[in-house]
Structure formats: C-alpha cells, structure tokens
Write a protein that binds this ligand. Sequence first.
Ligand code: ATP
Ligand code: MG
Length: 461
Amino acid sequence: MNQAVILIVEDDPLQRRLVRENLEGEGFIVNDAADGKAAVEQMRRLPADVAVVDFKLGGESGIDVIRLLLKENPALVPVMATAFASVETAVEAIKAGAYDYIVKPIDFKKLLLIIDRALERHRLQAEVRTLRETLADKFSARNFIFASPAMEAVSRLMAKAAESDANVLITGETGTGKDLVARSIHFASRRAKGPFLAVNIPSLPESLIESELFGAEKGAFTGAGERKIGKFEAAGGGTLLLDEIGDLPVHLQVKILRFLQDREFSRLGGTAVLRSDVRIIAATNRDLERAVAEGSFRADLYYRLDVIRIALPPLRERKEDIPPLIDHFLRKYAAREKKDIRGLSAEALALLTGHRFPGNVRELENAVERAAVFCDGDTIRTEDLPRSLTVRPETDLPSGSDSLEDKVRRLETREILDALQASGGVKSKAARLLGITERMLSYKVKIYGLASKTQGSAASE
Ligand SMILES: Nc1ncnc2c1ncn2[C@@H]1O[C@H](COP(=O)(O)OP(=O)(O)OP(=O)(O)O)[C@@H](O)[C@H]1O
Ligand SMILES: [Mg+2]
C-alpha cells in the first residue's frame, strides 16, 4: 500500500517527538520541523500529504507557515494544532487553507481521525485533478480529426481563440463539431482548469431561460424555493457555451448584451449587481446575418459575439476528412465492442465517401458505431452500414401533401425496421441502436402494426 507522509511542525521538542512516535506507530512516514524554514525544506525533500502545524511556533505564526507550505505543495492538506481553542483562530486557519484544526493537548485518537479524513480529502483532490486531465485529454487536439485545408484553417483559428479571451462565434450545420470546437478551445486556453459549461437554449422552456442563465433569488417566481445560481455565475473562471444562440428570445438578447458590455448581471428577482469572469463562446446552426436582417436577432449583440468567427464547413464539402474520421471512430468503437476490426471493404468505404451526410460528422460517427456493433468479421461490409446509406430512403421520395405526422410515422417505421433487421430481431439490441427503451420499441412496433413484418426473425427478449 502507498504509505502516507505526514509532516509535523512544532517548536516544542518533546511535543514533536511524542506526536512523531505516535504517528510512526500507526505506520505513517513522518517528518518533522521546528520552524517554517525547516518545514519548507522537509517538504522539498519529501512532499507530505498532510501537515500538522502548531499555531504558535516561537515568534512565527503557524498560519504563515501553512501558507508557505501550500505554496510549496498545493496538494498538501494542512491541519492546525492550537492551544487556544477560539473560534477566531480556527476561522483564520481555515481561511489560510487549513483543512481542519485540533485542540492541544492533542488527543491522539482525535488526531488520527482528523488525519484519516485529511488523507481522504487528499485522495479526492488527486482524483479530481486526474479527472480534469483526462477530460482535457479527451478534448485535446488528438481527438479533433481533420485532413482538409479548410479544417486546417479552422484549427489555426481555434489556436488563436485559445490564446485570447475574446468572444467566439461558431457556426455550422448540425453535427459539424461546434460543441467539440468550443470544448477544445476551453481546454487549450488559460481557463482550462476552470469549469466548462454549456446551455442549450432551445432545450429550455422560454420561461426558464433567464433563471438558468443568470440565476434567481429565492421566491423570484413560483417554484423558486431556493436561490438558484445561474450558468454565467457558475462558469466563473471558465468558459460558457451558449449553444443555439439564434434561438434566444429578443428580450433576453438585451440581457446578454448588457453582460458582454459591462460584465454585469443580476439574478432574476434580485437587485444586487453581480460580476462574473467568464469567457463566452456562442454557437448556432442558423444563419444569424439573416436573422439580423429579419429583425429576430439584435445586430449589436451579433457584432459583440462575432469577434472570432469559426465557420465549420459541412462534411460533404471536405471529403478528405472522411477517411481519417472513419479510422478514428472505428478505433473508438471497435475498442468499446472489444472487436478486432481492421477496416472497411472498398464498397463500404465508397458508400461512405459518396454519401451527402446531412447529419455531418455525427451521422458518420453513428454509422461507424452501428457498423462496429454489427460487424462479425475483421472488415466492415456494406451490410453492416445503416440502410439509410445503402438504399434510397423512402423519405427522400416526393411526399406531396403528407402531413408531418405521416412523415414522422414513415421515418420511424423505417428506422425501427432497419434497427430490427440490423439486430437480427433482438429487441434489446435494436432499442439500444435507436436510443430508446425496449418498452418504447415494443409500443411503437405495436402501434405501427409492425409485428407481422418482424415475425420470424424475432428472437426472444
Ligand atoms: N473534427 C472532428 N474530429 C472528431 N470528432 C468530431 C469532429 N467533429 C465532430 N466530431 C464528433 O461528432 C459529433 C457531433 O459533434 P458536435 O456535437 O460537436 O456537433 P455540433 O455542431 O455541436 O452539432 P449540433 O448543431 O447538432 O449541436 C461529436 O461526437 C463529436 O465528437
Ligand atoms: Mg452542439
């Protein structure tokens, strides 16, 4: 087991030895020091996980020593030992970064408990750090795949955006990678250690957008039982992605504009003027210029947002990106499915590179995922690809005066039959492909009268 290292900073030699021997008896590696300077030296020699620091070290204040030690090792969890059990000393110590305090004379059982908790805290902090690093890694340039000159230009713009704090406006059709670009910029920027939050505007009911963005005071509206912290506030020190900004109602556009101009906002139902240090990235798949011309989007807000513009071309205009993207997704999903898939047949590749991809990279990713799930050998064949790629979909045929309901029914029917066919009639697998529950699938099969068409191939559930 990994042995924890404890540093004791105590000027009384007797006390120091007593604590040291007790902790060594518990199996810890223990270092000690009589003053701040020696403590820092010990910390350099062997970084401690937890430090127990006396409040009064001769003329020196233990609080200052805690600050010095934290500077040396920010991962340290300090505990203050104090003979003066006053609330003020405890508060002061905690403010300086101490995790907890123990009253002298030291009760060892208590000290062990505190150290245990401090070590747990240390472990959690380390976990959060690795998690952040993995996240950053996940969205690092290695996962941003391209080969086309157009995307090369995009990646250069992204690097510029990451260096600056200017507002960014990302445009592009659905599935072109707007989200991915926003995240990549955040994790490459000086804000990488801060939060990355996203608000998807169309997914919110209009009545809740304002409180979601700016927060709300307790009782600001019915249902607001507690004070709510908005995304602008929560993303402080980090980046906020305003996704589908083109869907923002005009009266809220004014509030966002105010924030972008003065960095100030108020919670709904509140009077206090708040500030937040947040970097704004906006994304949209709408034509904002047109929305401005039509009067549904404020020109002044548009110009504020459009400082660095990143326009993502549709996948059909950058076909060179298709093969490396296939490779990337194939590696990802073959690993997930624990399959040894080498590549695609020439026909399958031709089908993919020839497709128009109205759903762009997301559609390509889904196609490769599905193919990886259903591939039985080491090569993806056309049969493994979604049927929408291999046969002309019914929905492309002229549908005249079909009602929306009819269109939806036809689309759903086709997708369900496809999924059932691709899954050999195994409903749980088909449901997973469709991203719905098995129950929902059974329901749809029933209401669309598909049971007869799936009979024979239907396997048990
Ligand atoms: N260049 C790329 N390299 C690797 N993966 C990509 C790339 N572009 C997009 N993707 C992947 O494609 C999927 C869709 O991308 P994303 O969600 O960023 O699109 P979007 O433009 O935000 O779409 P929407 O407008 O529908 O919100 C994601 O899984 C993303 O990781
Ligand atoms: Mg998106």
